[in-house]
Design a protein around this ligand. Structure first.
Ligand code: NAD
Ligand code: MG
Length: 387
């Protein structure tokens, strides 16, 4: 039996992970399940999977969680410290699927314990790539990408020499507004931005897809995960979302990973790695599909892509600043304090302002330094948004 924990179990990735685990309950011993505030859903799944402990991040949800788990023998806990303690419990495989920088420390703690960490939380690599890689190496754990693009690249690289890679092409659906006239973008509402043409995901990543901040994070994640020169990383808009990424080699070969938009493929690949096992995902009918299309990823429409290039060049803690500014600007957009196109402006101003802050960006990538940079970036972003 493999010991499994799922951080962010109540979200979109968490639920897809549970779908796979629940199909073979005899193979897994579930240790920790965590959620935000949805005690009912968390308790239902903890009971279904016979977890050891269920933790809600929101302390106000503890009474409901306790009630729902009464008499089951499953521990109930709440709050940040309890969540981190539960993430540290020994496990063989841990899904990191909390959204945002809040997912960094719980995943890192699991990795420190030697677990294989399936990384949906792309923010971990963006904010603290060197720390994640260092920790995986020193603890004997392993990082497995779950973001569909990075899983695709990882699979295309199996048995290959990274030195022979000429380029990595990350595809982007273009999100909700890819066909909107540029001059209308400032009118886009959070409700409109939260509707994705191809993928069914959490609210925040869906809005980030419309602004391409999601793709921006993924470009940085690619650089950090595969330790590849940023000049070799490209983006192309591919509205059908069938090709998730392509890897080009020095002999001209271009390997594409093709499949329907279903995260259970990437999650299942990480779950069974290094084996391949049958997964309950749709098989592609190429004739029905007919054709695939591609367009350039325009940096005027999506300035987040230009900012990502700057962050990749700068390195250090600029990823942590970028992500924290983005999360704060996204809150501002969701709460209707700033408009859609203003988000990139806020992030750019935070990056400019904090890069003048001596020693901040160049400091070593440790958890404390990431938290410090994150804190300053959020403060600055809030200040800019109230001007
Ligand atoms: P989601 O919003 O559906 O779920 C997020 C989970 O994190 C929930 O369990 C929520 O309760 C929990 N959570 C939120 N804030 C928290 C906090 N402060 N502390 C503790 N827990 C908290 O998000 P999602 O779409 O499942 O995405 C999860 C992660 O996976 C993100 O980093 C996202 O970028 C990445 N990802 C998602 C998809 C997808 O298809 N949904 C694809 C690729 C990568
Ligand atoms: Mg992705």
């Amino acid at each position: 039996m493999r010991r499994i924990s799922i951080l962010g179990a109540t979200g979109s990735i968490g639920q897809s992970t549970i779908d796979l685990i629940a199909r073979a309950p005899e193979a897994y011993e579930v240790v920790t399940l965590t959620g935000g505030a949805n005690a009912a859903r968390l308790a239902r799944d903890a009971i279904r999977l016979r977890a050891q402990i269920a933790v809600v991040a929101d302390e106000a949800a503890l009474p409901a969680l306790r009630d729902a788990l009464a008499g089951t023998g499953i521990e109930a806990a709440a709050g940040r410290a309890a969540l981190i303690e539960a993430a540290e419990r020994p496990a063989d495989w841990v899904m990191s699927a909390i959204v945002g920088a809040a997912g960094l420390e719980p995943g890192l703690r699991a990795l420190q314990g030697g677990a294989a960490l399936a990384l949906a939380n792309k923010e971990s690599m963006v904010c603290a790539g060197p720390l994640m890689l260092r920790t995986a190496q020193s603890a004997g754990g392993r990082l497995l990408p779950v973001d569909s693009e990075h899983s695709a690249v990882f699979q295309a690289l199996l048995g290959e020499d990274i030195a022979a890679v000429e380029r990595i092409v990350i595809t982007a659906s273009g999100g909700a507004f890819r066909d909107w006239p540029l001059e209308d973008l400032h009118k886009a509402t959070p409700e409109q931005a939260a509707t994705h043409p191809n993928w069914d995901m959490g609210q925040r990543i869906t809005i980030d897809s419309a602004s391409m901040f999601n793709k921006a994070l993924e470009l940085i994640e690619t650089k950090e995960f595969f330790q590849i020169d940023p000049g070799k990383i490209e983006t192309v808009v591919h509205p059908e979302s069938m090709i998730h990424a392509l890897v080009g080699f020095n002999d001209g070969a271009l390997m594409a990973h093709v499949g329907p938009a279903d995260m259970r493929h990437a999650i299942g690949f990480a779950l069974h790695y290094p084996d391949r096992k049958t997964l309950p995902v749709e098989r592609l009918d190429l004739v029905k599909l007919g054709q695939l299309t591609f367009r350039p990823a325009c940096e005027t429409r999506w300035p987040a892509l230009r900012l990502a290039r700057e962050v990749m060049q700068t390195g250090g803690l600029s990823g942590a600043v970028f992500n924290a500014a983005k999360e704060t600007a996204l809150d501002g957009f969701i709460e209707k304090r700033i408009n859609f196109t203003r988000m990139a402006g806020v992030v750019e101003e935070v990056l400019t302002s904090l890069s003048a802050h001596t020693g901040l960006i160049d400091a070593e990538v440790t958890l404390d330094n990431v938290h410090h940079a994150d804190h300053l970036a959020r403060q600055k972003a809030r200040e800019i948004m109230t001007q």
